[in-house]
Design a protein around this ligand. Sequence first.
Ligand code: NAD
Ligand code: ZN
Length: 370
Amino acid sequence: LKVNVTLSQHTYDVLIGPDLITRAGSFIAPRVRHKHVVIITNETVAALHLSKLQKSLEETGIRYDILKVPDGEESKSLACYSDTISRLLALGIERNTTILAFGGGVTGDLSGFIAATALRGIPFIQIPTTLLAQVDSSVGGKTGINSPSGKNLIGAFHQPVLVLADNSILSTLPRRQLVAGYAEILKAGVISSMELFEWCEKNGQAMLNGDPSTLAEGVRRACAYKAGVVATDEREQASQNGRALLNLGHTFGHALEAELGYDGRILHGEGVSIGLHLAMALSVQLGYAPASDLARLDSHLRELKMPTSFDWFKEPFSAKTLIAHMQKDKKIHNGKITFILLQGIGKAFTSRDVSIESVEKLLLNEGCLP
Ligand code: NAD
Ligand code: ZN
């Protein structure tokens, strides 16, 4: 399966299917000008899957170096960036050396930012190994690291030259990670396509069971959707709709992540899952969306045992604290939070007119403490 991402300056392919990794060399060779690549990965992914990639590169005569970074969100730090880019430059790379980002969204974001900044920009290829990275973070060109002031605050737009999404590689992913990635596929349907939402209702369970052909089709649909949005608004500059719609559920999700931290108590996609519920609930409260669509969304989330309420986390949250996190998000304009609201499933729009009082009312209704 293939999705093409067409942008003003460049276009690239997202190749999707089983066992792509064992043929990686043949896809990569025609796309690199210099037969030297540097693989950036972590111990976990390396132990499970790196040998297949190495073998395939060797078969095609591509020379490679390997740089390992620690597993976990902390590798998206200035310290790890500094250490890794220094090790990269010490290899004596050239402008045509290509980076291979081999791992989940963390590896992809860090490696992409290194590629964007080393020698003022060198090519990079994404080989995403988590469902979240295959359906979301590897496509679209956002790269970056975290700052002590917040997540993803340091970064650059840098598009890959190729994305290789191998669905077989997902067989070693824990179910919780599959659920987190699936939330982003479902999000795409809730934003703009009742047809995709209905596909999710029929196939979500099979995806979470790890069925390879269903996973491939879900990844294809999500990437096709994201490619379309990114093509119309590559750098998230549209004042309305455009790329901003991809943040559906994220204002809430990011607030929860900021509150719980990035050490695994909540996964990004779990925040998105409850965020989808909250965005729809807020839209119903404000009279934009019918309550029946909230019931339909919740019933799907519950059927797949995905988070829909604060109870899921077994600890109380304070509405004031969560709102304070939202007000620190980088998508604030003139002090106003941009919310993505819904007129119903498949009909999202951006709004800067949501009052803090309405958000507070929602959070209290949903069981938060004041
Ligand atoms: P992650 O990269 O930390 O991967 C999750 C865990 O799974 C890690 O422990 C990893 O080592 C392990 N893993 C990876 N592949 C595996 C495999 N095949 N089998 C078994 N284990 C495997 O997390 P993630 O959810 O992939 O990505 C989250 C990051 O992505 C966040 O930092 C987020 O900010 C970023 N993100 C970026 C964008 C973007 O547009 N750039 C979009 C969404 C999210
Ligand atoms: Zn997301």
